[in-house]
Ligand binder design. Structure first.
Ligand SMILES: C[S@@+](CC[C@H](N)C(=O)[O-])C[C@H]1O[C@@H](n2cnc3c(N)ncnc32)[C@H](O)[C@@H]1O
Length: 283
């Protein structure tokens, strides 16, 4: 399969990694003690973060279903794809567009390890790359083999801009990717936001204490990253991800383990932080 070499990959199991922490929140098994401990510390301070992470994954399903089924998109560039889990982008997209092509991009080597094992088919590939270097990604032969940039593409940045603390770097990244897409393409993005500056600052501080490269923004701070790109929001626009075309009948996620059970259900109350995002159309 394109992009799949057999180079051994080294994993750092002493430092928490966002991909593995997120996997733990989704009820996955591809995580280490350090990741589980980091999630536990995080949810003790921000219990609503667990539901929010899970709501983001449900949002991903609805976004990819909308893009493939309603918008007819057959090419997906999934930036910061995370570990393969349930209802991965290619599985959702190919349900509605059987010939959909998907490129998964992540900078965490563990994603490559699991991606190599899971994605043994020609229409998908996973590459290890830094999304803050979009020119590198756009030039990769594995990407060019699968994505025809003369046709509409959906670029997904779901639950990832908070991993790029530098606002200008994030703006440049979005601008470069949108610039490479033809009209008719889509950009989908979500990130953790704080309901006010103080919440965003405290959430960022907790993430940084856990060793994560991170910036929780406010709604304005997030919107500023994609303002000026000339994109048209798809209704209902940029919202709390749980309010983006909710569907009580969509496939559920795996349950979390016992340690995390007490933190499930917190988003029913007031939230200091939440995953916020939506889908934008390049006209
Ligand atoms: C929370 S997960 C999101 C997974 C998936 N997009 C979703 O919404 O379900 C964030 C992912 O972004 C990846 N990531 C963080 N910074 C990155 C960067 N600079 N380049 C590529 N991937 C990055 C992490 O390794 C992690 O797998």
């Amino acid at each position: 399969m394109p992009g799949m070499d057999a180079t051994p990959i080294e994993l750092n199991t002493k430092v928490a990694h966002p991909a593995r922490m997120y996997d733990y929140c989704l009820g996955g098994k591809d995580n280490f003690a350090v990741d589980r401990e980091a999630v536990r510390i995080f949810v003790e301070r921000f219990p609503e973060g667990l539901d929010s992470a899970r709501e983001n994954r449900l949002f991903l399903y609805r976004v990819v279903r909308f893009l493939s089924r309603e918008a007819g998109i057959r090419q997906f560039l999934d930036m910061g794809s995370g570990l393969p889990t349930q209802a991965n982008v290619h599985q959702v997209a190919q349900r509605f567009q059987p010939d959909a092509h998907v490129v998964y991009v992540d900078n965490d080597p563990i994603v490559l390890v699991h991606g190599r094992a899971l994605l043994a088919e020609d229409a998908t590939t996973v590459i290890q790359a830094d999304m803050t270097d979009p020119q590198d990604i756009l030039a990769r032969p594995e990407v060019r083999d699968l994505i025809d940039f003369d046709q509409p593409v959906a670029a997904l940045f779901l639950s990832v801009p908070h991993s790029i603390p530098d606002d200008q770097q994030a703006r440049d990244m979005f601008a470069a990717i949108v610039d490479a897409l033809v009209p008719g393409s889509f950009l989908a993005a979500s990130q953790f936001i704080g309901v006010h500056e103080e919440a965003a600052r405290a959430h960022t501080q907790t993430a940084n204490e856990l060793g994560l490269v991170w910036k929780t923004r406010t709604v304005d701070g997030f919107q500023d990253l994609i303002a000026g790109l000339g994109l048209e929001p798809v209704p209902p626009g940029l919202v709390d991800v749980c309010d983006w075309r909710p569907d009580p009948h969509q496939p559920p996620l795996h349950p979390v383990d016992e340690t995390l059970q007490p933190y499930i259900g917190w988003t029913a109350g007031d939230k200091l932080v939440k995953e916020f995002g939506g889908v934008l159309h390049k006209l």
